[in-house]
Design a protein around this ligand. Structure first.
Ligand code: ADP
Length: 646
């Protein structure tokens, strides 16, 4: 076994690889960009080497700097994780030329699978079923059109160098073919510098089922399948193993095909053979076709680990260190069922926009495996993938595992950024998915239902109001501290893009009536905590005038500073302050500027809305105290006007 391994990656996968290294007593070396200097993977490693920069090109893609770091720290091997340099054959050769071990397949195996047309040829020769189609070098439009007609519509045009769904076009009939071909070719040329395409039969009602394989360079075994049919725009969202509806006969046929694929290219290490499966009318042993091979550890490998009990990273390290395959095919078996959900910082209602922000609070439930590269307090930076964690559950059967997934998602606590938790929860509740009826079109068809946010309940809003008014602490009530609070107070809240007023009326010790959203909610403090109209308080995090209530549909509520109302009313005057925490978008004035009452002085972006901050009176700007692009706390002074002459 190696003494020291360098992990050429960041985030959850770097941390996950280090965990296994540690368990095996292997020293770890992290590399990092400037923005990742304090990241969790850096903290976990025994040694860390800075690569500089922020963008991947300036850091995690600098193969020469990574090899130099390995040599300088005495590492004998480099684990590439996934993404970045993991499937770059030139990097593999450079690592080996430097006398180091690449923990992954040989460069030749990566090259053999690099282009879709060549890969399909290799697979067809090895006896692996491929999607019927044309993958020849003659690219004349006339020939391609007649091949499409031979295959039979609908067909799919795919860029041979494609990835991430780019350069791919679905063509329903011959009349649309010429235009679709032109579009696919030019997209492929722009994205990959290679305009070549292949044509294949479009499988209706397709399922994405992939086989985990593991080779030692000569022999290979498979570790069963994963179903990754729950995709949004070709991106996997929830994965599971085994695949619902899989028969022993079909599993054996797919497993043998995957092993043939791996052995045909002398595969070493962990790999995945992706198949497209015709899901219409149930799974059949002759209804699967090779799509592509991923020559690395996959994001979703934990579901395979959960059902087989194998640590795939340990196998990677052992085989790379020259040990034989840890076990034979007949030693492997499936236990129970597992799911993985990918938790992202993203704004789902806004069209799944990647989000950034500081994770004010982050906690995962016990009983679930959470693979993460961030901690409470960390930033989700705009430089990388906004994945926060992968939440993985296991159970004796699919039903129990799915129940555990729902519960784990409900009990996952994230404050400080919007996430896709409610969307994942809705998916885990989806009736068809619950019955195991999955196909790659499911999310697209039911997207509206899956992203519909429940109407906010008055009880939840009342809890937020009590917390934001500072009335929730039981000790305060016992010590009489709350008697200093006014008996009745009105506060303004911001929920999504809506402003909501709450009127809190203190009736006695631990008894508050909250008038909100057209209802009066009884907030009562009992021996087991607060109840709101009889419902137990939800787990929550409050910080900086912002409360996040956790649960199936997380709710974020911000208190609007009363100063804003004062400003609107024309009182106050000298200071223009941020009414809530947010980002200063623009500042329209400089010191010395003469302003009139009502002029727009700055724009603050908060809660996904832009708020104009206006002058409360005529005057002259004395000082600008904030900068565009800066993050400010509620109440921060942004602009000061010269004192009024009296
Ligand atoms: P890329 O490399 O661009 O991601 P893939 O070949 O992996 O492209 O295909 C991406 C997705 O497109 C698959 O997961 C599947 O959902 C769909 N797909 C691919 N080939 C077919 C096909 N022949 N018929 C129907 N759907 C397909």
């Amino acid at each position: 076994m190696f003494d020291t391994v360098l992990i050429a990656n960041r985030g959850e996968i770097a941390c996950r690889v280090m965990e296994t290294c540690r368990r095996l007593g292997v020293r770890t070396v992290a590399v990092h960009s400037d923005v990742d200097a304090q990241a969790r993977h850096v903290e976990m490693a025994d040694v860390a080497v800075s690569l500089g920069g922020a963008s991947p090109a300036e850091s995690y893609l600098r193969g020469d700097a990574i090899i130099a770091a390995a040599q300088a720290t005495g590492a004998q091997a480099i684990h590439p994780g996934y993404g970045f340099l993991s499937e770059n054959p030139d990097f593999v050769e450079a690592v080996e030329a430097a006398g180091l071990v690449f923990i992954g397949p040989p460069a030749s195996a990566i090259r053999a699978m690099g282009l879709k047309d060549a890969a399909k040829d290799v697979m067809a020769r090895a006896g692996v079923p491929v999607v019927p189609g044309y993958q020849g070098s003659d690219q004349s439009p006339g020939l391609l059109a007649s091949e499409a007609a031979k295959i039979g519509y609908p067909v799919l045009i795919k860029a041979v160098a494609g990835g991430g769904g780019k350069g791919m076009r679905l063509v329903e009939n011959a009349g649309e073919f010429a235009d679709a071909l032109k579009a696919a070719q030019s997209e492929a040329l722009a994205a990959f510098g290679n305009g070549h395409v292949l044509i294949e039969k479009f499988i209706t009602s397709p399922r994405h089922i992939e086989m985990q394989v593991f080779g030692d360079g000569t022999r290979a075994v498979h570790l069963f399948e994963r179903d990754c049919s729950l995709q949004r725009r070709h991106q996997k969202v929830i994965e599971e193993a085994p695949a619902p509806g899989m028969s022993a006969e079909m599993r054996a046929a797919m497993g043998q095909a995957a092993v043939r694929a791996a052995e045909a290219i002398g595969y070493r290490g962990a790999g995945t053979v992706e198949f497209i499966v015709d899901g219409s009318g149930g799974l059949r042993p002759d209804g699967f076709w090779f799509m592509e091979m991923n020559t690395r550890l996959q994001v979703e490998h934990p579901v395979t680990e959960a059902i087989t009990g194998v640590d795939l990273v340990e196998w990677q390290l052992r085989v790379a260190a020259g040990e034989p395959l840890p076990c034979a095919q007949e030693d492997l078996s499936i236990r129970g069922h597992a799911f993985e959900a990918r938790l992202y910082a993203e704004d789902v209602p806004a069209g799944f926009l990647p989000a950034t922000g500081r994770l004010a609070h982050l906690a995962f439930p016990e009983g679930a495996r959470a693979d993460t590269g961030v901690r409470s307090g960390d930033e989700v930076s705009p430089h990388y993938d906004p994945m926060i964690a992968k939440v993985i559950v296991h159970g004796p059967d699919r039903d129990v595992a799915l129940r555990r997934l729902r519960r784990a998602l409900e009990e996952t606590e994230v404050a400080g950024t919007v996430t896709n938790l409610a969307f994942l929860g809705a998916l885990a509740q989806h009736e068809g998915f619950s019955r195991g009826e999955v196909d790659t079109g499911l999310i697209g068809r039911d997207l509206e239902i899956l992203i519909a946010v429940e109407d906010t309940e008055p009880a939840a809003l009342a809890q937020a109001a009590v917390m934001l008014a500072g009335l929730q602490d039981a000790r305060d009530w016992l010590s009489g501290f709350t008697l200093w609070q006014p008996l009745s107070q009105r506060i303004a809240l911001c929920v999504g893009d809506k402003k909501v007023m709450a009127e809190l009326c203190v009736l006695g010790a631990g008894r508050v009536d909250v008038a909100i959203a057209g209802q009066v909610v009884a907030a009562r403090l009992g021996s087991r905590g607060w109840r709101f109209n009889g419902q137990a308080a939800r787990a929550a995090h409050v910080e900086d005038g912002r409360v996040t209530l956790f649960g199936a549909v997380p709710l974020e509520v911000v208190r609007i500073d009363p100063l804003e109302q004062a400003g609107e009313a024309g009182a106050g005057g000298d200071l223009i302050e941020a009414p809530m925490p947010g980002l200063v978008r623009e500042i329209f004035v400089a010191a010395g500027a003469r302003v009139a009452k009502g002029d727009r002085l700055a724009i603050l972006e908060a809660m996904k809305m832009e708020h104009a901050l206006r002058a409360a009176r005529d005057g002259v700007v004395a000082e600008v105290l904030a900068e565009p692009g800066g993050q400010v706390a509620a109440g921060a002074a942004l602009i000061r006007l010269e004192a009024e002459e009296t």
